[in-house]
Design a protein around this ligand. Structure first.
Ligand code: ZN
Length: 85
């Protein structure tokens, strides 16, 4: 099965770690409470709370499938930034 990822706009927040503005999330569907995402700049893991506000999250909360997805997203982000510079 082919999984397509789309980018969805989210409420603007600044990454707690690197300070860059985060205003989008990439995933299979519109973000829902409890969904995970990463900072596109530094790879910090976040989870949407019940108001779809990003909260810092720990890698330990991930199940194996999510870990693979997050690692993929981190690699893609790295690649994007290395091509840009
Ligand atoms: Zn960051």
């Amino acid at each position: 099965m082919k999984k397509k990822f789309k980018t969805f706009r989210t409420k603007k927040v600044n990454c707690f770690i690197c300070g860059n503005t985060l205003d989008a999330a990439t995933g299979k569907a519109k973000p829902e409470p409890g969904d995970i995402t990463i900072c596109f700049y530094c790879g910090t893991l976040y989870r949407f709370d019940e108001n779809l506000i990003l909260q810092l999250a720990s890698n330990e909360i991930l199940d194996p499938e999510e870990k693979i997805l997050i690692n993929k997203m981190r690699l893609e982000a790295k690649l994007y930034h290395s091509q840009k510079s």
